[in-house]
Design a protein around this ligand. Structure first.
Ligand code: KDG
Ligand code: MG
Length: 408
């Protein structure tokens, strides 16, 4: 069996999905996702210019060797662009393998460990009342877990994932007016004074059963993060995410020494080498890698197995940036993983998105039910894809009030 061709498509409804389709001489094809938010053309070029020419003629069933060929073969390896490109190939090869077996992908990992996998959505508000309404809407929809972000009184601009105005919601963070970013102003003191109390009010309003998550989005210094994690202990958060920038892993030790609040980190990690020390030293509770830019299923499964040895559960990244293809790969891992925790999942299943990526995966009562179709269980409609093209977009950047650059 041989790979005969592979093509990359960039575009989608309101997003620049990077979709890889690998064709074989037996008519079976596989799909992968290399979407890297606001840098989408780069993994697409890496695939087209360097990887696809090396794929043609290879046996698609040898997904491990093909992964090793690209990873070990790249002298300048790792990093989000390369790992997203490797990841897309890897997903497509697992899709082919499971289609050949006539089985849903999770069967190849060892079958299902659960029927429905817990997901969380993003509740947000310009202020606390607005946030309460947003949380209530998700609870009414059956969600058992919500991530909670809130506008901070006195903060000069809205901050991460918070709308400028009440009732505006905020599912997307990309601004498609161009590649010159907008600026958010950040004030740690105001955040530290307000946010623990806001989280406590959400807990009081919604009771003990709701799983409440919060994303600091890398904004705090290690000592501040330890103080914050300790201050929110009575809230009983399901997790506190990215309290500090991920580069300084010793910060996680300081947080651990001061608080028992569960810590989730890893959405910007690209490899097992970014998180093995955090996992082995049991400094985190949830690992947030994404199959997209952490090298696909082959590599992420290794991370999941390492995490399982150290009581670290999965909480894969699932921001709207990922296409339904990589989300499907994660849903299959979630169905299997003995150390599954939760999946970030925003229902952005607009009719246009469903038409581009048809599937029968289903969300019911806050639990995700993975498709039983052979392979990943997602298809890609090339006629629909022809309607879209790349649109340049950007994340905001963050500065302090005096103009100093800060972490987005
Ligand atoms: O592109 C960046 C987003 O994926 C990120 O900001 C989302 O932090 C995020 C989250 O937890 O979903
Ligand atoms: Mg996050």
């Amino acid at each position: 069996m041989k790979i005969t061709d592979a093509r990359v498509f960039v575009g989608g409804p309101g997003k620049n999905y990077v979709t890889l389709k690998i064709m074989t001489d037996q008519g079976v094809y596989g799909l992968g996702d290399a979407t890297l938010n606001n840098r989408e053309t780069l993994p697409a070029a890496y695939l087209r210019d360097y990887l696809i020419p090396n794929l043609i003629g290879k046996d698609p069933r040898n997904s491990e060797d093909i992964w090793q060929f690209f990873y070990r073969g790249a002298y300048f390896r790792r990093g989000p662009i390369a790992m997203a490109a490797f990841g897309a190939i890897d997903m497509a090869l697992w899709d082919i393998k499971a289609k050949l077996a006539g089985m849903p992908l999770y069967q190849l990992f060892g079958g299902k460990s659960r029927d429905g996998a817990l997901v969380y959505a993003h509740a947000t508000g310009a202020d606390l009342d607005d946030l309460m309404e947003s949380v209530a809407r998700y609870v009414a929809l059956g969600y058992k877990a919500v991530r909670v972000q809130c506008g901070i009184p006195g903060m000069p601009t809205a901050s991460y994932a918070v709308p400028e105005q009440k009732s505006a919601g905020k599912d997307h963070i990309t601004d498609f007016s161009g590649i010159i970013p907008k600026t958010e102003i950040w004030d740690t003191d105001r955040y530290m004074r307000f946010m623990p109390g806001a989280l406590a009010e959400v807990r009081d309003r919604f009771g003990p059963e709701l799983k409440i998550l919060h994303d600091v989005h890398h904004r705090l210094l290690p000592r501040e993060a330890a103080e914050f994690a300790k201050a929110v202990e009575p809230v009983g958060l399901y997790w506190l995410e990215d309290p500090t920038p991920a580069e300084d892993q010793s910060a996680l030790r300081l947080i651990r020494q001061h608080a028992t609040t569960p810590i989730a980190i890893g959405e910007v990690f690209n490899s097992i080498w970014d998180c093995n020390a955090l996992i082995e030293n049991e400094l985190i509770d949830f690992i947030r890698v994404a199959v997209t830019y952490a090298g696909g299923i082959t590599h992420v499964k290794r991370i999941v197995d390492l995490a399982a040895l150290h009581h670290v559960r999965t909480g894969f990244h699932g921001a709207p940036s990922h296409s339904p293809i990589s989300m499907a790969a994660q849903h299959h891992l979630n169905a299997w993983a003995p150390n599954f925790g939760i999946q970030e999942y925003l229902v952005l299943g607009t009719p246009a998105c469903d038409a581009l990526f048809p599937s029968d995966h289903a969300l019911r009562d806050g639990l995700f039910h993975v498709s039983d179709a052979p392979g990943l269980g997602v298809d890609f409609d090339e006629d629909e894809a022809a309607r879209y093209e790349y649109a340049p977009g950007s994340h905001p950047v963050v500065r302090l009030e005096d103009g100093t650059m800060w972490n987005y």
